[in-house]
Write a protein that binds this ligand. Structure first.
Ligand code: NAD
Ligand code: WQD
Length: 342
């Protein structure tokens, strides 16, 4: 591993983090995971090893514990940081706003402060399309599209996070930050060794569909059928999690070749929208099974239709999503069957 670039990956045991760690290893980096497994299982680390043949270094630390986090910077000389660690459940953030503000903001502040203290200049931050809220007029948003007031504390933590970064850059020459605004990451690694963990009751569409097929969930409610979309159901930009992971590797490469100090914002999506019904039908085709679903009322605060303008990320990173939504459905289904088997 000597001579390899060490990359700190906070939240690297989680869903997007574990897929990114795989891509990092496969591209010759040496990732160091910092994760206290509050929303992950050790099996994700074993999965990474099964895919890559390498057991990644893991530091089981709460990044809100600044002195423990600092010790990791003392132990390793990082050339870059990818900061995933955060809470992400929109509904839970409404019920426990301070839990979200504390973890998502204190974690980010510690990561930025330590990056500056230890002279680690390349920093990638997990932002979200949630910062755009309900798009005004055009459903295809670009990075200059207006930011709407957040409809939940979760989204607010991403907006405030981006603001904190913007302000911090002014005082830290050399620092280079890439805010990646992910749209809807879905699916799993094609090996089915890692994927999205079913901790608790899922709210996101993909895990709800797979668990409805396997019978863990009795019936899927499609939230609303009277939107002004192609079939009346909401439209999203679902992107394969391995494509999201690859964007991070491209992002790090790109950061390395830039001079500081700046923050760049990029959409990470496919540029295509799929409706809830289209996703359900694709799952039925791929699995050969019926999804037990019916229409229910609209979900509070749901956005009708949003997808990414991906021109800027394509031009900047020389990256675009390679996998289709059908690939993501196939891999999500494979992963669900693997989970059942285990
Ligand atoms: P995840 O919950 O699977 O991963 C987050 C990881 O961070 C978990 O392994 C958790 O144990 C860890 N973590 C959380 N707080 C920590 C702390 N204080 N100290 C140490 N470890 C901690 O979530 P994910 O889906 O992989 O999301 C990763 C990032 O991407 C998050 O910042 C999330 O907000 C953002 N994001 C996710 C989505 C999505 O749909 N999954 C979309 C847009 C943005
Ligand atoms: C997709 C569509 C639902 C479940 C969330 C976060 C967002 C970002 C991505 C982190 C919607 C419908 C769902 C069900 C349904 N995450 N649905 N029945 O809402 O686009 O975004 O994840 O940053 O911040 O809010 O994704 O998967 O929850 O929903 O009809 O049982 O599926 O109403 O139209 P969403 P989702």
């Amino acid at each position: 591993m000597q001579g390899m670039k060490k990359i700190l990956v906070t939240g690297g045991a989680g869903y997007i983090g574990s897929h990114t760690v795989v891509e990092l290893i496969e591209n010759g980096y040496h990732p160091v995971i910092v994760d206290d497994f509050r929303n992950a299982l050790q099996s994700s680390i074993k999965g990474i090893e099964k895919i890559t043949g390498i057991l990644p270094v893991v530091k089981e630390i709460d990044i809100c514990d600044r002195s423990a986090f600092k010790a990791v910077f003392e132990e390793f000389e990082f050339s870059g940081i990818i900061h995933f660690a955060a809470y992400k459940a929109v509904g839970e953030s409404v019920a426990f706003p301070l839990k979200y503000y504390r973890n998502n903001l204190v974690g980010l502040i510690n990561a930025l402060e330590l990056a500056a203290e230890f002279g680690v200049n390349d920093f990638v931050f997990s932002s979200s399309c949630t910062v755009y809220g309900e798009p005004k007029g055009n459903s295809i948003v670009n990075e200059e599209s207006e930011i709407q007031p957040a409809n939940a504390p979760y989204g607010a933590t991403k907006q405030i996070g981006e603001q904190i970064i913007q302000d911090f850059i002014q005082t830290n020459p050399g620092l280079k930050v890439l805010n990646l605004r992910y749209f809807n990451p879905v699916g799993a690694h094609s090996s089915a060794h890692i994927g999205e963990l079913p901790l608790g009751k899922p709210n996101n569409l993909f895990p709800v569909v797979t668990q409805t097929i396997t019978g863990k969930i009795a019936e899927l409610k499609v939230n609303g059928n009277d939107y002004s979309t192609k079939d009346g159901t909401c439209v999203r930009d679902y992107i394969h999690v391995s494509d999201v992971a690859e964007a991070h590797v491209k992002g790090l490469e790109w950061l390395t070749n830039q001079d500081g100090d700046f923050v760049e914002v990029l959409n990470i999506g496919t540029g295509k929208g799929a409706s809830v019904l289209e996703i359900i039908h694709t799952f039925e085709e791929i699995s050969g099974q019926k999804v037990n679903w019916s229409f229910g009322p609209r979900r509070d605060g749901d956005i009708e239709e949003i997808y990414a303008n991906v021109e800027k990320s394509r031009e900047t990173l020389n990256w675009s999503a390679k996998r289709t939504v059908t690939d993501a459905v196939r891999d999500a289904w494979r992963w669900e069957q693997q989970l059942k088997h285990d």
